[in-house]
Design a protein around this ligand. Structure first.
Ligand SMILES: *Cc1c(COP(=O)(O)O)cnc(C)c1O
Length: 385
């Protein structure tokens, strides 16, 4: 009998790795779709249209229909979607944009690109999304009125849109939803993420719940004038070819190939989300450990983009899971207010709930192709700590 230790190096290197449950696995996600994706790519290659053509228009219409909004405008990625939505709402140099600080710095990157300053509101400790109470306090305090509010549906959980919108409307501040982690999430009123705000932004980065095979993004809105401005901004500010009419224009177009791939995947999104939610619910039922706090996975308001537990001894839990063959990641280790690029932006507010989360959140494997044995392995590894 040969043991691994007695094998020559070359043979050992070729031996299969011990099974690790990964945080995500795009290979498994895409494999069953290969024939359809190849056919879609073949159609685009044969069509001679490669950027902002019929595939983009068809995807925009299909995704608008899916989200229940009047218009969708495809752009190059989710961060551009946020930037162009803010610009289309009139956000410009010197303005303030309110947002949360635990959502990966994307809203801040977009605000900074507009020349605006990101300003922070603490999250609700239970949901990790913007607290309507803290938003109201921030707006009531006065000072310059913010030009916009970015609300992120973090980890796939819809923020408390009815209350946040009530507060924002009372102070006349437009709301941009960041739906990059929440494609397809539905509120209690049945409406989808992206249909609540004045504008909503999506990313189709490959790991998102609806992900292309490269970068992509979109702005959704019920306001045709705003959609028109985003359409001009995504292409140099052109009103028509070579007529640069709108300031702040960019090149941020969506490729035909990515739109064609997204059209293949959109009909599968609800099924994928249901499987993600099922995995997350199995974790929240199965993980029973006094030091691991599991999230509530409510119904269709949560599409489980990430399954995030909280643990005061996170580093030790993460090391234990690694020893058990379970990968994990931290989304996100730094609050925006702790990021180096904002070090010179002046004093930052204390955000107790946000800071507590940054020190304790841990994302466990959660993607639609995880099998039941892997889900059980993750639960056992947590409970065995
Ligand atoms: C991924 C992500 C973005 C940015 O999308 P890109 O396409 O990578 O630019 C924005 N906001 C949130 C919440 C995200 O998760």
């Amino acid at each position: 009998m040969t043991s691994a230790a007695s094998l020559p190096d070359a043979v050992r290197a070729a031996a299969p790795l011990p099974d690790v449950v990964p945080v995500n696995d795009l290979g498994r996600h895409i494999a069953p779709l290969r024939p359809c994706l190849q056919e879609a790519a073949g159609q685009v290659i044969a069509s001679g249209h490669f950027v902002l053509g019929p595939q983009v228009r068809a995807f925009e219409a299909a995704f608008a229909d899916y989200c229940g909004v009047a218009e969708v405008v495809g752009v190059a990625n989710g961060t551009d979607a946020l930037e162009l939505a803010l610009r289309a709402l009139g956000v410009a140099g010197g303005d303030k944009v309110l947002m949360v600080a635990n959502a990966g710095m994307y809203g801040a990157t977009a605000a900074l690109a507009c020349g605006a300053a990101p300003c922070y509101v603490d999250v609700d400790a239970a949901t990790a999304t913007m607290s309507p109470l803290h938003l109201e306090q921030r707006l009531r305090r006065g000072g310059d009125r913010p030009a916009a509010i970015v609300v992120t549906h973090l980890y796939g959980r819809l923020a408390d849109m009815p209350r946040l919108l009530d507060v924002a409307r009372a102070y006349g501040v437009p709301v941009v939803e960041d739906c990059a982690q929440a494609h397809g999430a539905r509120g209690e009123d049945g409406r989808r993420a992206g249909s609540y705000g004045d504008a909503a932004c999506f990313s189709f980065y490959p790991t998102k719940n609806l992900g292309a095979l490269g970068d992509g993004g979109a702005v959704a809105t019920n306001d045709p004038a705003l959609a028109g401005r985003v359409r001009r901004l995504r292409q140099y500010g052109w009103s028509s070819k070579y007529r640069n009419e709108l300031g702040g224009g960019r090149n941020s177009r969506l490729d035909e190939l990515q739109a064609a791939f997204l059209r293949v995947m959109l009909p599968l999104l609800d099924g994928w989300n249901a499987r993600r939610r099922g995995i997350a619910q199995a974790y929240s039922r199965g993980i029973v450990h006094p030091e691991i706090q599991v999230p509530a996975i409510d119904g269709p308001g949560h599409v489980a983009h990430l399954y995030v537990v909280r643990c005061a001894r996170r580093a030790e839990l993460q090391a234990h899971l690694a020893r058990c063959g379970v990968a994990s990641e931290v989304h996100y280790p730094l609050a925006d207010t702790q990021q180096a690029v904002l070090a010179h932006a002046g004093p930052m507010p204390a955000l107790p709930a946000t800071e507590a989360l940054c020190g304790s959140v841990l994302s466990l494997p959660c993607f639609p192709e995880l099998d039941d044995a892997e889900v059980a392995k993750v639960i056992e590894a947590c409970n065995a700590w």
